[in-house]
Every structure is written in structure tokens, then in C-alpha cells.
Write a protein that binds this ligand. Sequence first.
Ligand SMILES: [Zn+2]
Length: 55
Amino acid sequence: MTYQFECSTGPCQFLIRSSSAEEVERLVRAHVRMTHNGRIDPADLEREVERVEAA
Ligand SMILES: [Zn+2]
């Protein structure tokens, strides 16, 4: 299983994909903190991480 997150904040093109949901969540939190000077709500994070079939 592959987990994917696409940042939807403004023109941000950040996309992360990993086989580890924990890694995706960790990198997304770091991205939001560093790039948007903010935090992501855990519920939003969970909702926005998509499970995709590995190609
Ligand atoms: Zn972003």
C-alpha cells in the first residue's frame, strides 16, 4: 500500500508518497510547519492522506 498526500494550500505543489503512513504524516507535519508556518489538524491530515495502489 502506498500513502500519498498532496498539499492544497494555495499554489503549493508539495506531494509526498510513501509506503509508510507514519512517514507521510511526519513529513507532512514538517512541510506545513516549515513552508506554511502552521500546523495541520490531525483530522485534516488523516482525511487528506490517500491510499493508492502501488504501480
Ligand atoms: Zn504546502
